[in-house]
Design a protein around this ligand. Sequence first.
Ligand SMILES: *Cc1c(COP(=O)(O)O)cnc(C)c1O
Length: 359
Amino acid sequence: MPRPILASISISALQHNLAVAKKHAAGAKAWAVVKANAYGHGLRRAMQAFAEADGLALVEVDYAVQLREWGWRKPILLLEGFFDASDLPLLVQHDIQFAVHCKEQIAMLEAGPREAQYDVHLKMNSGMNRLGFKPDAYRAAYEQLKAMPSVRSITMMTHFANADDAGNPDLPFAEQIKRFNDATAGLSGQRSVCNSAGDLLHEEFAFDWVRPGVMLYGATPGGGSAQDFGLKPAMTLESRIIGIQHIVAGDAVGYGSRFVADKRMTIGVVACGYADGYPRHAPNGTPVVVDGVRTVTVGRVSMDMLVVDLSHVPDSGVGSKVMLWGADLSIDEVAFAAGTIGYELMCALAARVAVKETA
Ligand SMILES: *Cc1c(COP(=O)(O)O)cnc(C)c1O
């Protein structure tokens, strides 16, 4: 028997969540964001589950090409653009669209093959200060691209820092929208601004294309729980108890003896550790479900194992099923306990974990 840890990916949950994203953005098209191996869910599987998406967006050039080889015929978008002029022939060959976010990329396009036809997504830095042209440089970049015979279309895009926290005083959502609208006023072309939080919370700014990512996988982008948004968890990570210890007050558990019992306890050792993608920084008390009963972790997470309190799960023993996150325990709740976000947990699912598809 293989090591008992297993990630189950629900195809119907992926499909359901895409439908939720599309419903919030009625009239817009949807890029299903599948970067990072579809946020850990498997790129090929996601491609199949997202057959209803209008396009797939990611950041990895080689995976974009792979999607074509697997038969994806609809648009593909590279959200960070291309990284070197030598990428361009491949992108043209496979009809892969890309973001243009800096003058160096424009120079590479100008020096590139004349006969090429590009669909570019001109990115504005509307305040996040990650990728893109500042609003005052945007129009000039647009005109420069517009003048190039090889540029077939220009979509105007930006990305929000606080779509889930619209009133953030350091960069209110409304301020980013205003900068985007002002700088693109009168320019022709499609517009694309919303990530998951934008899609769910700011329907009025769906424009022509939305770019939902994390919501498709059933985790929250913030601003409410996944359940509030009607999302279904796509990934369930489960393993089993492989050992039991009975300890008394004063006994310590695991590396660094970070947990010390203050009473008699039964604890279970679970075949799941940070080399499986479980966060090492999860503190004592991180929620976990054993045989359908909620309990907590105790002690430091090690590479291949973590330890849970079984004092209140009297019928459990070696072989008991343990859910780390998923159908009965929100990944967001586990992430929150560990001081991170659902995104990071799902992306970190390790290659050694076996994956099973469920309906
Ligand atoms: C990752 C990404 C998204 C999706 O973001 P979520 O918060 O996961 O919905 C959208 N747009 C761009 C440019 C991205 O890089």
